[in-house]
Write a protein that binds this ligand. Structure first.
Ligand SMILES: [Zn+2]
Ligand SMILES: [Zn+2]
Length: 125
C-alpha cells in the first residue's frame, strides 16, 4: 500500500510534497493547496518546490508549464558551457562566440528576465 502511494507521487519527483506529511501548517500558511508544495515564483500559480533543472544549485517553486520553460533555458545554459570548451579546443571561434552569447543570454533570462521565462511557458504546449 505505501509503495503505491509512493509511486503516485513520483509524478513530480524531487519535489517537496512530502512536506504535507511533516509540516502541513507551513504549506497552508503559504497558501499552498493540497497536491502542490509551492507557489510558482514566476507566475504565482500552484506549483511544486523543487531543485532547479540542469546543474543549477538552487531550489525554487515552479508550476508545471513554467518548469518546462525553465528546463529549456537552464538546459541550454548547461549545454553552452561544454560546447564552448569544445569550440575552444577545435578553434571554432564563431561557435565559441555563439556559446558565450547563449550563456550570457540564458544567464540574463534566469536572473533578471524571469517574466520572459513566463512568456516562454505561455507558448509551450
Ligand atoms: Zn510537490
Ligand atoms: Zn508558473
Amino acid at each position: 500500500m505505501s509503495k503505491n502511494i509512493k509511486r503516485s507521487r513520483t509524478r513530480h519527483k524531487n519535489c517537496y510534497c512530502s512536506l504535507w506529511q511533516t509540516s502541513p501548517d507551513t504549506l497552508t500558511q503559504q497558501g499552498v493547496k493540497p497536491g502542490y508544495c509551492g507557489i510558482c515564483s514566476l507566475c504565482g500559480e500552484q506549483g511544486h518546490l523543487r531543485h532547479a533543472p540542469g546543474f543549477h544549485p538552487y531550489t525554487d517553486a515552479w508550476c508545471d508549464s513554467c518548469f518546462k520553460a525553465q528546463s529549456m533555458v537552464n538546459g541550454l545554459q548547461c549545454l553552452s558551457v561544454p560546447l564552448a570548451i569544445c569550440s575552444l579546443l577545435f578553434s571554432l571561434y564563431w561557435l565559441l562566440g555563439l556559446c558565450v552569447g547563449v550563456f550570457v543570454f540564458t544567464y540574463a533570462l534566469i536572473n533578471y528576465k524571469t517574466h520572459w521565462i513566463r512568456k516562454i511557458a505561455g507558448v509551450l504546449p
